[in-house]
Design a protein around this ligand. Structure first.
Ligand code: ADP
Length: 178
């Protein structure tokens, strides 16, 4: 492992779209690591509202003020990608018990595939514990107020998406649309 690898962390996710909950994790992670790579992964199980390029652009706009943050996208296997960028740590966020099973399973599988890479869990801030991309999209689809839940660029992008009338709303896309 390269010397700097322990200081470089990867925060992978769908980020469809990035929320203030994600941003809070990223901000806190920049205090622990020299570099935090926020990487948009295309998950075959999920049909996103925003395409990968849009999700990257929104994540870039939301993190521009933060030093040491890079935004990227990937379709690779997570641990292979982490190795390719020299990240020794994968950051994941935990909101509630509900997240735990899935995160636990994924972290153990990644450990098996790449024993040299550590998964680090960061607890959500109390006031973001109920915040998810899915919920934000659902609210936006109904025109509800989402200010304070997402960065300004995301709020504008969601308004534009649902104002176009082409989107039918999360309810029509199935439960796994996060
Ligand atoms: P994924 O599809 O990989 O779960 P997400 O974009 O939904 O991607 O989430 C990325 C990571 O951020 C996950 O570890 C998730 O648990 C975490 N996360 C999502 N929302 C919050 C939040 N409000 N507070 C803390 N962590 C969060």
């Amino acid at each position: 492992m390269r010397g700097a690898a322990g200081r470089r962390a990867l925060y992978p996710g769908s980020f469809d779209p990035i929320t203030n909950g994600h941003l809070d994790v990223i901000e806190r992670a920049t205090r622990l690591f020299d570099e935090v790579w926020v990487t948009v992964f295309s998950n075959s199980q999920k049909r996103p509202l925003f395409d990968a390029a849009e999700r990257v652009a929104l994540a870039e706009a939301a993190t521009r003020h933060l030093r040491g943050v890079r935004v990227d996208q990937s379709r690779s296997l997570l641990v292979e990608y982490a190795r390719s960028i020299g990240a020794g740590v994968i950051i994941r966020g935990l909101r509630a018990v509900l997240d735990f099973d899935y995160e636990f399973q994924m972290a153990l599988m990644n450990k098996r595939l790449a024993p040299d890479i550590e998964t680090v869990f960061m607890l959500t801030r109390e006031n973001y514990s109920y915040l998810s991309s899915t919920l934000v999209k659902e609210l936006a689809a109904y025109g509800a107020d989402i200010s304070g839940l997402v960065p300004a660029a995301v709020e504008a992008a969601l308004k534009a998406k649902f104002a176009s009338g082409r989107e039918t709303g999360p309810a029509d896309r199935g439960r796994n649309g996060e």
